[in-house]
Design a protein. Structure first.
Length: 118
């Protein structure tokens, strides 16, 4: 793997099983988030792979769902109204990560990645 890909936070590195283990969720939960349009992992050989930025966004989603009590439908509506970096309270480092992904409703990063892969 080239060195620039190792340092790239957007490079899809982690398979769904690893991400599920890191987040302590079932892989089905990640598939539900994908179906809801909250995350769009890359695919290689029919398998899902997540980047470091995807992992950070999923951690944020989990906090919003479990700590703030927002359901998936509520998150979908919020993301139509405001980009992710405005929805959550974050440190500067998290803001930069979130701002790069540009997730906002159907015009955001994850939606664009979905259609680039087809």
């Amino acid at each position: 793997m080239p060195e620039d890909q190792v340092a790239d936070n957007n490079y899809p590195t982690y398979p769904i099983g690893v991400v599920a283990e890191l987040l302590r969720v079932h892989p089905r939960t990640l598939r539900l988030y994908e179906k809801a349009g909250l995350v769009c992992p890359s695919r290689r050989g029919g398998k899902r792979f997540y980047s470091r930025n995807d992992l950070r966004w999923l951690q944020c989603l989990r906090r919003l769902i479990h700590d703030e009590g927002i359901n998936i439908a509520g998150l979908q509506k919020l993301l139509q109204l405001a980009p992710c970096w405005e929805i959550r309270r974050q440190t500067c480092r998290e803001y930069n990560c979130c701002r790069r992904c540009g997730l906002k409703g159907k015009t955001g990063y994850h939606h664009q990645r979905r259609y680039q892969q087809r």
